[in-house]
Design a protein around this ligand. Structure first.
Ligand code: UD1
Ligand code: CA
Length: 462
């Protein structure tokens, strides 16, 4: 884009995120409500960053400390590389006032992109095209608009006889005829900063809340002889502004659909997109098959040729190639290649399983390593344990890691064989190649290759 070529200092991006979001009926600031596993604001920030402005301004007001903190966290976690500056809007006096408060930031730049923090479905492509249109047509403002079937709640675009944009009319002050207009304001604009500086003073307070509408700038610009242009996106869903929880659910569904579409096109089989939910940052390799009822969250990364689901929830977990996870719940862990988990397993944070290991039904694993080829197939609890390679853990084995005060470690050497229904009272070490008789309660370390029997001898009384 020629903005970028002109060098930094030419283009600023401004994100409006100061509103309370009254209609969310929430104690959480609106722009921090999640869609696709990320705050809505994240998607807008990501686009702002990708447009390569000289700086990104974020207008904060309601719960400003929290919004600032989360913004910086997001910027850090995904490596945004543009400087971010916060602007405090002292009172929630409307989008026009939010931009007035931002003038000290904006006036260092020639052109400003303005976006709303509650529009998570905007795409980079449309914002790029908007900026390009602004560049080519050289008006004072260019709007991103969309034609939608049900325009209720949005500002409508009023065009003249030649199709020229005349003004934006907010729903609350629109005439019945204007309410019938299906072209709406997405809330994303490009402005010449000089025009903003000159025009913002002339916007009056409106409505019951005495707010200043940024949208009134269009009339002001035209009254001064300026020109307004529009870029109309062909995907109407992009204009969705999230004002309430019902719209939040619509945004969630659309983002998820986009994500699944992208995965399917890249070679992932998704058996039932309707019942599959994948967060925006999840990565999945080719020829992996996702079965119905699967939820993949956070920074989950799955390799090739895996089989995931049905009915599985995986969060912030790395999974190698050719793994299988069925009917299970897996959190913040690593499964190395050719490992199989489930059905009905619970893998808790900080576990590392595999390669070629197997965790079977009704087994819980917490903060443990289960090494190459080892098996914990049935009904076990493995917590704070280090299990080396080729170990077999019998059904119903429990690592007793908690004495009521502290957690203790269990370590099991390679090729050890732990019989069924064994209690390992931690801290305890089981040596390489050791064997433990079924039903034992092991309180002392077992040397390499030894057989430990720790149970009462059977007595048959008649
Ligand atoms: C706004 C537009 C409307 C457009 C719609 C698109 C105005 C007057 N109307 O309406 O034309 O169709 O978005 O979604 O702009 N904000 C502040 N400070 C404030 C008020 C709002 O920073 O004092 C921020 C909010 O955090 C939000 C954005 O501005 O991110 C838009 O505000 P919102 O109240 O959601 O406006 P809408 O009624 O949706
Ligand atoms: Ca809105």
């Amino acid at each position: 884009m020629s903005h970028a070529k002109k060098g930094q200092g030419q283009l600023a991006a401004l994100i409006l995120a100061a509103g309370q979001g009254t209609r969310m009926e929430s104690s959480i600031p609106k722009v921090l409500h999640h869609v696709g596993g990320r705050p809505m604001l994240y998607y807008v920030l990501r686009i702002a960053n990708a447009l390569k402005p000289g700086a990104i301004g974020v207008v904060v007001g309601h719960e400003s400390d929290e919004v600032k903190k989360k913004t910086l966290e997001m910027a850090k976690s995904v490596g945004f590389n543009r400087p971010i500056q916060f602007i405090l809007q002292k009172k929630p006096l409307g989008s026009g006032n939010a931009v007035v408060e931002s003038l000290p930031f904006l006036r260092k730049f020639k052109t400003g992109i303005v976006m709303c923090g509650d529009t998570p479905l905007l795409t980079y492509e449309s914002m790029y095209n908007l900026a390009l249109t602004h560049d080519q047509l050289k008006g004072q403002a260019t709007l991103l608009t969309a034609r939608i079937a049900n325009p209720k709640g949005y500002g409508r675009i009023v065009r003249g006889a030649l199709g020229e944009v005349q003004r934006i009319v907010e729903e609350s002050v629109a005439s019945p005829k204007e309410l019938g207009i299906s072209e709406v304001n997405s809330g994303a604009y490009v402005f010449e900063i000089d025009a903003l500086i000159a025009g913002l003073k002339q916007i009056g307070a409106k409505g019951p809340k005495k707010e200043h509408f940024l949208t009134d700038m269009m009339e002001v610009i035209r009254a001064k002889g300026g020109r307004i242009h529009a870029y109309t996106t062909t995907s109407a869903e992009e204009a969705l502004g999230v004002n309430n929880r019902s719209q939040l659910a619509v945004a969630e569904r659309i983002l998820n659909k986009r994500m699944l579409e992208r995965l399917m096109i890249s070679g992932v089989t998704i058996r039932d997109p309707q019942s599959t939910h994948v967060d925006a940052d999840v990565e999945i390799g080719q020829d992996t098959v996702i079965y119905p009822g699967t939820i993949l969250r956070g920074k989950t990364k799955i390799g090739r040729m895996c089989r995931i689901g049905p009915f599985t929830h995986i969060e912030d977990t790395q999974i190698g190639n050719e793994c299988e996870v069925r009917f299970s719940y897996v959190l913040q862990s690593r499964l190395l290649e050719k490992t199989s988990v489930g059905p009905f397993a619970h893998i808790r944070p900080d576990s590392s399983i595999g390669p070629r290991a197997r965790v079977g039904n009704f087994t819980e694993v917490k903060a443990s390593r289960i090494g190459f080829g080892s098996k914990v197939n049935h009904l076990s609890y493995i917590g704070d344990a280090d299990i080396a390679e080729d170990v077999n853990i019998g059904a119903g084995t429990i690592t007793c890691n908690y004495d009521g005060k502290a957690k203790h470690k269990t370590s099991i050497g390679a090729k050890a064989f732990v019989g069924s229904n064994v209690n390992l009272i931690a801290p305890v070490k089981v040596g390489r190649g050791a064997k433990i008789a079924a039903g034992s309660t092991v309180t002392e370390d077992v040397p390499d290759d030894a057989l430990a029997i720790a149970r009462a001898r059977q007595v048959n009384k008649t």
